[in-house]
Design a protein around this ligand. Structure first.
Ligand SMILES: Cc1cc2nc3c(=O)[nH]c(=O)nc-3n(C[C@H](O)[C@H](O)[C@H](O)COP(=O)(O)OP(=O)(O)OC[C@H]3O[C@@H](n4cnc5c(N)ncnc54)[C@H](O)[C@@H]3O)c2cc1C
Length: 511
């Protein structure tokens, strides 16, 4: 039952957020801390399964920053495996020590993201995490309406009036501003009948995914890898697609495939489970891992994965980056982009909402340009899925850019970070665009690796591309110490930064 005020009067709030995934709930908490009255509307109810699970060093740093900057201390433990296990053992997650790539015709490529478990990244078991976050938002004072169906939205100069039904009760509210946090092809894209725009470089892709129990671990033989290869975002790459395998600490494993339309049609992904079995037959290593796997729920099929809306903002509204567009899960860029959008919108909301127009335009431009940078990069990876060496070379553009950005932020030098994936950096930006264009050409892979290494050299903090590492990159303090001049700091500052981030303190709760 709603309080009387929801049903009979037009309830007035500063901000309405539609969609209570993690993005909507975090945005609501931040806005509340800014002193705004906030209502959060969700079409479903928590807990519920959601996809998009794997975090990265950058997304965890952004989460930590939200926690500090907006006085949300209960969020901070979620930014690291160790603090998460201590603070919230009841909230399921997975241990992510890095990115593991197996390739049908090569590999593996292993890129560690943390030196030990305590400060490792995680995979979010979204049913638990999103539920926790929406409860946190409510406990702060955010009004939350679930099972909500918005039937009309009328935008005017002073805001938007929303009317609909939630839990079988009618509601009507007026908000000074609306944020759409409903994900791709979501609420405003449909309600305002916006067009879809093209994502340059990205082929059309489809996806099929599920949660499983009974998934075996990968057998490793020979040399000892920099981390247990399964405690990672595991990618099995093949021509025209890839499979993810993410293990949680509750016995459940998330797995799914994204494939180009041609491969998806060959496998008939729309058929669900039978096509998953057909896929496993093509990938023997995975097949043995899934021998005893049992699906926890019906398979979910996505006929279209990538998406870009033709508008990101309008009068009195804005979309979170996750509602404005999505490229592909391949490099786990979704969380970081969503969190960057929350930070940027928070700055805008700090000002008088009615005068936000020009800042919203900047927000839209940044959101778009970040999305396009991700699209060019991931598109180039798709174009080289049949060529492991070229695939690896392109991926190093990502790893060099994100590790440089994360380290610069941790050192308190944000001015060194010029856009997501450094795409606005005067040298790295145009240089990487030129290399990515080459990566699309038929013979573009020739000499690509050497040119990538030359471009990333001033940003390379991880020994990326060094022949003796054989594509196995652990995290070494020495690499960072050697790279201090690239970041314009002393070795002492690097040591202090590593110490502060828990690099040297390795005791972690068990998995
Ligand atoms: C297959 C796949 C795998 C992915 N893997 C990763 C990954 O590993 N790492 C990563 O960083 N990113 C990943 N992503 C991207 C990631 O899912 C998103 O970045 C993330 O979910 C965004 O969170 P959000 O809360 O903004 O939106 P969502 O998680 O999409 O949540 C939207 C919420 O809005 C609600 N909603 C929808 N429509 C309405 C409506 N009309 N009214 C009210 N409520 C509504 C939904 O019920 C939902 O609760 C993946 C995406 C896909 C498709």
């Amino acid at each position: 039952m709603f309080p009387l005020r929801w049903c009979q009067l037009t309830h007035k709030v500063d901000l309405a957020i539609v969609g209570a995934g993690f993005g909507g709930s975090l945005m609501a908490m931040v806005a509340h801390k800014l002193g705004l009255s906030v209502v959060l509307l969700e079409q479903g109810s928590h807990p519920r399964m959601a996809i998009g699970e794997s975090t990265t060093p950058l997304s965890n740093l952004l989460l930590e920053r939200l926690s500090t900057n907006y006085d949300l201390p209960r969020l901070a433990p979620l930014a690291k495996w160790g603090s998460w296990q201590r603070a919230y053992p009841q909230i399921s997650c997975g241990l992510k020590r890095g990115f593991t790539f197996f390739h049908q015709h090569g590999g593996p490529l292993l890129v560690a993201a943390s030196p030990h478990d305590a400060i490792a990244d995680t995979h979010w078991y979204r049913a638990d995490v999103d539920h926790f976050l929406v409860q946190e938002a409510q406990s702060l004072g955010v009004d939350y309406l679930d099972r909500a169906r918005i039937e009309t939205q009328d935008f005017a100069e002073d805001g938007v009036t929303l009317a609909g039904v939630a839990r079988d009760e009618a509601f009507r509210l007026h908000a000074g501003f609306l944020i759409d946090a409903t994900g791709p092809r979501g609420f405003l894209h449909r309600a305002l009948r916006l067009e879809e725009s093209v994502l340059p470089g990205m082929p059309a892709t489809e996806s099929l995914y599920c949660h499983f129990t009974g998934v075996g671990r990968t057998e490793t033989v020979g040399d000892i890898p920099p981390y247990p290869v399964d405690d990672a975002a595991v990618h099995h790459v093949f021509e025209g697609g890839w499979v993810w395998v993410l293990r949680f600490n509750n016995g459940i494993t998330s797995a799914g495939v994204v494939a180009t339309r041609a491969v998806a049609e060959e496998l008939t992904l729309s058929e669900g489970e039978p096509s998953w079995q057909r896929l496993l037959e093509r990938l023997p290593a995975l097949q043995s891992q899934f021998e005893n796997a049992v699906a926890c729920q019906p398979f979910r099929y996505m006929p279209r994965v990538s998406f870009r809306s033709s508008a990101v903002v309008g009068q009195r509204w804005a979309m979170l980056p996750s509602a404005a567009g999505f490229v592909d899960p391949l490099l786990s860029t979704g969380f970081a982009l969503t969190l960057m959008g929350i930070e940027r919108l928070a700055v805008i909301l700090q000002q008088e909402i009615g005068s936000a127009d020009c800042r919203l335009k900047d927000y839209a431009e940044q959101t778009e340009s970040d999305l396009l940078a991700a699209s060019r990069l991931i598109g180039a990876l798709y174009a080289n899925m049949d060529n492991f060496d070229a695939f690896t070379a392109v991926s190093l553009l990502y790893f060099a850019a994100v590790s440089f950005s994360e380290t610069a932020y941790r050192l308190g030098n944000p001015e060194l970070v010029r856009g997501f994936l450094l795409h606005q950096h005067p040298e790295f930006g145009p240089g990487s665009r030129a290399l990515l264009e080459r990566a699309f050409a038929l013979d573009g892979a020739v000499g690509l690796a050497g040119d990538v290494l030359r471009l990333i050299e001033p940003f390379n903090l991880g020994g990326f591309g060094e022949a003796e590492r054989h594509n196995w990159y652990d995290v070494r303090a020495q690499d960072l110490l050697d790279a201090a001049p690239k970041l314009g700091v002393s070795q002492g500052e690097i040591v202090a930064m590593l110490d502060k981030s828990g690099f040297f303190a390795s005791t972690a709760p068990s998995r």
